[in-house]
Design a binder for this molecule. Structure first.
Ligand code: Q46
Ligand code: ZN
Ligand code: ZN
Length: 328
């Protein structure tokens, strides 16, 4: 197989575009896809300060790498979830990446600031870990960005993540989530920061290829809590579909964004107000994060014997699990 640009031996095949690239032309392709997403979806400009949500995985580090190489004002935010060795490894990789590029990385420690890591929060709040994690991350991304004067938060969600989320939301007809499924969520309240996903046109495999070519040292293992997540099943199903019909994932997502999104957007009439406790925008008097922390504090005070015979809820709402397990 030859590179379609220079006819040298190809290193990466991109079947959905009937293309193959050598290492150097693949980098051009990858950059172009990110810059096209940024430009066409009006995500941000060179004048904006961007906060990139960093997990230490391939997607978030690849995204940060592209943005820094193209001169964007991109700082990182790493949230230490307190998940034993996984958090230790991913934090070390994130800090090493930032140090090597002289880039600014903010770190928030859940355990230090909120008394528990993800597991502890989940146990006390009687939620599954991914539900407590997703809620905490969404809350902290917005809070840290707002306090730090960033105009936009960028996450490393790729095409596979986005199409798996779409499939999950379609299977359960989650009208609210479908109305907000987009590579760009505008700041519709002064207390909200714009959220963008510049990798939404690129697959997981392409991000891996980019990270390898660029020599990015990312944490290869998945978060241990991801085991059994429904989003992984959706990804398997979609990969099978893609194998038999190259371009299926791209067509489903891009088709939805072009034709479905405008229809679903009409059902999004949520009114935002400020949380009575923390002031962050919410649809309810007290935001979901503060409500979770109230439950956690209440349960912390319960005598241990009072917990006998109680069991955590078996599962969070399925949509929540889908929405919160997509970040690489
Ligand atoms: S980090 Fe958090 Fe994911 Fe781990 S606990 Fe679940 S949601 S799987 S993207
Ligand atoms: Zn080439
Ligand atoms: Zn709140």
């Amino acid at each position: 197989m030859l590179c379609i640009k220079c006819k040298q031996t190809a290193w990466v095949e991109v079947r959905r575009h009937h293309s193959a690239f050598c290492r150097s032309h693949f980098l051009d392709y990858f950059d172009n896809q990110v810059l096209k997403a940024v430009r066409e979806e009006r995500m941000f400009t060179q004048d904006d300060r961007i906060l990139v949500a960093i997990s230490g995985g391939k997607d978030s580090l690849a995204l940060w790498d592209v943005l820094l190489r193209h001169g964007y004002q991109a700082d990182g935010l790493y949230i230490d979830l307190g998940i034993a060795e996984y958090s230790d490894h991913s934090r070390a990789k994130s800090e090493a990446f930032a140090a090597a590029r002289d880039a600014a990385l903010r770190v928030v420690e859940l355990e230090q600031d909120y008394g528990h890591g993800v597991k502890g929060l989940a146990q006390h709040a009687r939620r599954v870990p991914c539900s407590a994690c997703g809620l905490s991350k969404r809350y902290l991304f917005n809070k840290v960005a707002l306090e730090g004067g960033y105009r936009v938060v960028a996450t490393g969600h790729n095409l596979d993540d986005e199409v798996a989320t779409l499939l999950g939301n379609l299977l359960h007809w989650q009208m609210g989530y479908l109305s907000r499924q987009s590579p760009v969520l505008e700041a519709t309240h002064p207390g909200l920061v714009k959220k963008v996903k510049p990798l939404f046109r690129l697959t997981e495999q392409e991000t891996v290829s980019y990270a390898i070519i660029q020599g990015i040292d990312y944490v290869p293992e998945e978060c241990p809590m991801a085991q059994g997540a429904r989003s992984l099943v959706y990804k398997e199903v979609l990969n099978l579909l893609e194998k038999h019909s190259p371009g299926a994932k791209h067509n489903l997502l891009l088709g939805f964004l072009e034709k479905g999104r405008p229809v679903f957007r009409e059902v999004d009439n949520t009114e935002l107000r400020e949380c009575e406790q923390c002031g962050q925008p919410t649809t309810t008097p007290v935001c979901a994060f503060c409500r979770m922390m109230d439950v956690v504090r209440l349960r912390e005070r319960e005598p241990r014997s009072g917990q006998r015979g109680r069991r955590p809820h078996a599962a969070a709402p399925s949509s929540e699990a889908v929405m919160t397990t997509a970040d690489g």
